[in-house]
Design a protein around this ligand. Sequence first.
Ligand code: APR
Ligand code: PHB
Length: 393
Amino acid sequence: MAVQERTQVGIIGAGPAGLLLARLLKLHDIDSVIVEARTRDYVEARVRAGVLEQGTVGLLEEAGVAERLHRDGLVHDGVEIAGNGRRLRIDFRELTGKTVTVYGQTEVTRDLIAARLAGDGPIVWEAADVKIHDIESDRPRLGYRVAGVERELVCDFIAGCDGFHGVSRPSLPTSLGQTFERTYLFGWLGILADVPPCSDELIYASHPRGFALASMRSPTRSRYYIQCALDEKIEDWPDERLWDELKLRLGSDTAPDVTTGPAIEKSIAPLRSFVSTPMQHGRLFLAGDAAHIVPPTGAKGLNLAASDVHYLCRALAAHYATGNDDLLRAYSVTALARVWKAERFSWWMTMLLHRLHPEASFEAQMQRAELDYLASSRAAQTVLAENYVGLPF
Ligand code: APR
Ligand code: PHB
């Protein structure tokens, strides 16, 4: 017989989506239990991207977990797009009045876990075999096993924040929904190194040899990526070869500023655009990677998880405060409206900046023409800027 517990919102997954939701719900005095398959160390060690939209920073401030972000985060007023032999600066502040903040997702996750464990409520680590039951009833349940003991959590609502490979999305009736997917024939080879960044702002570089990105985590820790084929192996890329290739793709203006050093992390990640609709059924609501994936070129993954959580918390708060479920019923439509715009922007940045076609092809000419247009048009730069800093919630 499973040990039974009761809570208002059962949250599957202690990634940024689940943790931020739990925190924001707590501010509305709504209780939750987070059930996570992995250990705390594993979750806190995951190396992920780190560009926060102004709206996401606002949510983390509202959640009361922005102290370290403000101390250690790097506020960027712009970004550089390198290609066609030039470096073009997109001035976010001048074009939109907004900025972005460079602060690793790993740090955001650590801040949220610390706040959670400081008194908000439990995180059940190493929960095995999580199962979702009765989402069409008003008492959905989560079953799972911890240290060999069967446990059951009876909830009012379940939030599926368990990422792309979680159990939540597959728990929605397939007849109900539709999925949209685009996979890319290339990946990103990333390197993390304790060397000073080659520039004060991020550089997205389009090069005949392939895309490259110069990013950072701090004034002493840099993060770089290059476009690579999906069948490439890490062992094919010793540090020295990777640094040489990066310098080539970032261009002769930037290459002298690249400080090289030993990799502290190196990995290859595939690129995917994916949306699963609807993002709710009965009393199960999906948020973050459980419902959608964006290629990292637009730096939208974490920010989309944050906006989903913003909408879901607002809807649940209205339910508990007034009994009005209009926002809950509209959650999926509301969240997807912003998701699709971020999917479009991430796909557009990916198609613009990656090597997709032979140099002499019409398509490659189109990419070059689009970069030239971007360099010559304030309107085009404003479009890029307002999408990059984050569209309103
Ligand atoms: N049971 C319990 N927990 C699970 C299960 C399961 N069956 N499956 C996955 N999880 C946990 C994972 O271990 C992970 O900690 O759910 C969490 C999901 O977290 P993320 O994958 O980080 O997803 P999300 O919180 O939506 O954050 C999205 O993460 O991948 C980046 O680019 C993405 O920035 C975006 C952000
Ligand atoms: C990162 O810093 O890891 C990063 C930044 C911007 C992106 C993707 C990744 O678009």
